[in-house]
Design a protein around this ligand. Structure first.
Ligand code: AP5
Length: 223
């Protein structure tokens, strides 16, 4: 009698467990620790030449584990490898002009298809024109995640010039820097306005120390 009673209790206990686990169709439900609206983190860093986009993108990448996509870097690699695209854009870059929107949009669309971008990305130096900003929208729609954080690093022309002359990259000659700054005011400021009107833009003082700039960006991303 004692054995039958203990068997009945065991069976009852097993039935209870099955019911609690959703009829035995797998593991108990996990508690979601990440708010779905925070995933993926899609960041645009915008600012003039030498504003600190690359420096800050590296820090965001380190903290949030999302890839840093610099259109300038991708284009410089093409030039260094001597590809037909590289040969096409070399002189444009040397003059500090902007590469055609269609070329840059195709590069970005391709890069965002890579699996490492599924959890988010940091775009550094793109978009630089309203056409690029508008072209990015269907690309993000296709990914199913249109949400963006756009961070503007505000730095004076004088400070940008000083930083770049001190750095000495191939396109950091005084004449080229002047052209890059002029392009920033002529084209990129319009893209900044575009994002501001959409309520997506955060302005950060880029003339603080590198650590303080990052602290401001980080606070903005955590919001
Ligand atoms: P790109 O490579 O994007 O150049 P850029 O916009 O001119 O920017 P930089 O890389 O020079 O500066 P940054 O803002 O990243 O600053 P960084 O962190 O390096 O583009 C190059 C070219 O490619 C363009 O001219 C164009 O031809 C073409 N191109 C690229 N994208 C394009 C697009 N979307 N459309 C069309 N054409 C495109 O910092 C600079 C220096 O300052 C460093 O030495 C750094 O250590 C220092 N620094 C950084 N932060 C601070 C700080 N807070 N205090 C003091 N120093 C600092």
């Amino acid at each position: 009698m004692k054995t039958i009673a203990s068997l009945a209790i065991t069976a009852l206990f097993a039935l209870c467990l099955l019911a609690c686990n959703g009829g035995g169709q797998g593991e108990p439900q996990q508690v979601r620790t990440v708010h779905p609206a925070r995933q993926p983190l899609q960041v645009i860093l915008i600012g003039g030449p030498g504003a600190g986009k690359g420096t800050q993108a590296a820090k965001i990448k380190e903290k949030y584990g999302i890839p840093h996509i610099s259109t300038g870097e991708i284009l410089r690699e093409e030039v260094a490898k001597g590809t037909s695209l590289g040969m096409q854009v070399k002189e444009v870059m040397e003059r500090g002009e902007l590469v055609a929107d269609s070329i840059v949009l195709a590069l970005v669309e391709n890069r965002l298809k890579q699996p490492d971008c599924q959890k988010g990305f940091i775009l550094d130096g793109f978009p630089r024109t309203v056409a690029q900003a508008q072209g990015l929208e269907p690309i993000l729609q296709k990914r199913g995640h249109p949400g963006l954080k756009v961070i503007l690093l505000e730095v004076s022309d004088r400070e940008m010039m000083q930083r770049l002359l001190a750095r000495k990259r191939a396109d950091d000659t005084e004449e080229t820097i002047k052209n890059r700054i002029a392009k920033y005011h002529a084209e990129t400021v319009e893209a900044i306005r575009y994002y501001e009107e959409k309520g997506l833009l955060s302005r950060i003082d880029g003339e603080q120390s590198i650590e303080d700039v990052f602290a401001d960006i980080d606070a903005d991303l955590e919001e």
